[in-house]
Design a protein around this ligand. Structure first.
Ligand code: PEP
Ligand code: MG
Length: 542
């Protein structure tokens, strides 16, 4: 048996085999072949399929985002047909007598490196494109669909690191736990693990040769046991059983009110990343959805999600929540949530860069598509909309103008929608400081404590070296929360918390004393938070 420790993201026990997940190109194996002619034929066929796919994507994109934005697919087609690129692939197959997948992946890597080193910004930007087209061909050759990362058996996924776009594509049913070598406790991958309710360890020195071995993830002590001894295995199975019983006990709280001992009612909602999390919310008995991170729809897609596909997603969530509130946050990509097809330029400091509402107010077509989908879906349930990363009143006014435009278009087209409640996330110190003015503009505030902590303390939430001083309990953060609640209430805004801190049992009472109206937490934490709320008595004020 081997044992390592890491930082635990979620308490719980998982037992299963390890699948060592390696990213993109590294997954391609080098295989010696006899018949190089056959490999070249396979490559030619995959190339033709890729060109067909790109043509279809181009046509679709022209309709949805206009010719200028669609042009990237034409560029990709040209690159796939480029003589030097094609020759390099054929040459590797013939000279090294290897499989087509390996030849394409290697050529993609070589060309991408070459472009990245050029002294020309345009050519540097092509590095990502050539990787992209190579991945497309490799996927066609190996028949890999996105999402086909996991096999049939549920596994413990081990990896160097996992991007949110990779995590979100994994089938929850097949995933027992994550163990990663790097990563930060405040990253979106960690948040996804909590939403999926699976134990996860980060900062754990995993070894590739453990691939396929039986292991135990102990999220209580932050330990991974590889090839566990029978005694330990039995002990951990018993612990799993105890956990199951404890969960069952919490189920008795279903249907009960979220109310303190002295009668203060709190709205207890859940956070989700997509339609597939809704059953978890319903099972948790949350009174609504306080944060639907809509960017996961974009992270799961290979291309800009259309108005129709977004409409279906929002409508499905709203309809399934059957009249309970569903607060959808508009696109919040950038920082650790990168989407290839947005072709965002590399930034030195992405958390403070071109992200979230800044992208939406710049690429208005993308924003309008999402707003149209949201307003259309509003006719089918109880949808509210909120906007991320706000720093000024001016941004809110710009948003309102775009919303008015969208509503007018829908009116002209006779498309029904409701007059939805609109709010903003308070997750920058700037928003806190002008929260009194912001409160006059919107219906509600939702405090994003993950980013608010990062920006208040000037600590990159992605930097695992700083996890020990990323302290959401810092008095500066708590005073910001207090100030936001007071300013919101002065002007009739209700105020909630949708960052991870909302589920921190050590602060439930403090937040209620501050006057918080809503807490939105991962579905896993709904019932434990209900239990806390129901055990609290607020000291009577003088
Ligand atoms: C937050 O910042 O607290 C938040 C809820 O948003 P995200 O974690 O997605 O940035
Ligand atoms: Mg945030």
């Amino acid at each position: 048996m081997e044992t390592i420790t890491g930082k635990s993201i979620l308490k719980g026990i998982a037992i299963g085999r390890i699948l060592f997940y390696q990213k993109g190109q590294q997954q391609v194996k080098r295989v010696k072949v006899e018949d190089t002619g056959r490999e070249i034929g396979r490559y030619e066929m995959a190339k033709e399929t890729a060109i067909r796919q790109l043509n279809e994507l181009y046509q679709k994109a022209v309709k949805e985002v206009g010719e200028a934005n669609a042009a990237v697919f034409e560029v990709h087609t040209m690159m796939i047909e480029d003589g030097d690129y094609v020759d390099a692939i054929v040459n590797i197959i013939e000279s090294q007598q290897v499989n087509a997948e390996f030849a394409v992946a290697t050529t993609g890597d070589n060309f991408s490196k070459m472009f990245a080193e050029m002294d020309d910004e345009y050519m540097q930007a092509r590095a990502a494109d050539v990787k992209d087209i190579s991945e497309r061909i490799v996927n066609i050759l190996s028949g890999t669909e996105s999402g086909g990362i996991l096999g049939d058996e549920p596994v413990i996924v081990a990896a160097d690191d996992l991007a949110p776009s990779e995590t979100v594509q994994m089938d929850k049913e097949k995933l027992l736990a994550f163990v990663t070598r790097y990563g930060s406790a405040n990253s979106h991958t960690a948040i996804l693990a909590r939403t999926m309710n699976i134990p996860a360890l980060i900062d754990a020195p995993i070894q590739e040769e453990w691939d396929g071995k039986l292991a135990i993830v102990d999220g209580y002590s932050g330990t991974l046991y590889v090839d566990p001894e029978e005694g330990l295995l039995n002990q951990m199975k018993e612990r799993q059983e105890e956990d199951r019983k404890a969960r069952e006990m919490l189920h008795e709280l279903k249907g009960k009110e979220d109310i303190t001992l002295d009668g203060k009612k709190i709205r207890l909602y859940a956070n989700i990343g997509g339609v597939k999390d809704v059953p978890g919310v319903l099972a948790s008995d949350a009174a609504g959805i306080g944060l639907f991170r809509s960017e996961f729809l974009y992270l799961e897609s290979e291309d800009y999600p259309s108005e129709e596909s977004q409409f279906i997603a929002y409508k499905t969530v709203a309809a399934n929540m059957a009249g309970r509130k569903v607060i959808v946050r508009t696109l919040d990509i950038g920082a650790d949530k990168q989407v290839d097809y947005f072709k965002l330029a590399h930034e030195e400091n992405p958390a403070m860069g071109y992200r979230a509402i800044r992208i939406c107010l710049d690429r208005i077509d993308i924003f309008k598509t999402q707003l149209r989908a949201l307003f259309r879906a509003s006719a089918f349930g109880n949808i509210s909309i909120m906007y991320p990363m706000i720093i000024s009143v001016d941004e809110v006014r710009q948003i309102k103008k775009i919303v008015d435009l969208v509503k007018k278009e829908l009116d002209v087209q006779g498309v029904p929608y409701k007059d939805v409640e609109q709010g903003i996330m308070i997750e920058t110190p700037a928003a806190v400081m002008v929260s009194e003015e912001l409160a006059k503009e919107v219906d509600f505030f939702s405090i994003g404590t993950n980013d608010l902590t990062q920006y208040t303390l000037a600590i990159d939430r992605q930097n695992s070296k700083l996890d020990n001083i990323y302290d959401s309990h810092h008095p500066a953060v708590l005073r910001m929360i207090q100030m936001t609640i007071e300013n919101g209430h002065k002007h009739g805004c209700w105020v909630g918390i949708c960052g991870e801190l909302g589920a921190d049992p050590a602060l439930t009472k403090t937040f209620i004393e501050m006057g918080i109206d809503e807490l939105s937490v991962s579905p896993t934490f709904v019932l434990p938070t209900r239990k806390n709320i129901r055990e609290i008595r607020i000291e009577k004020e003088e």
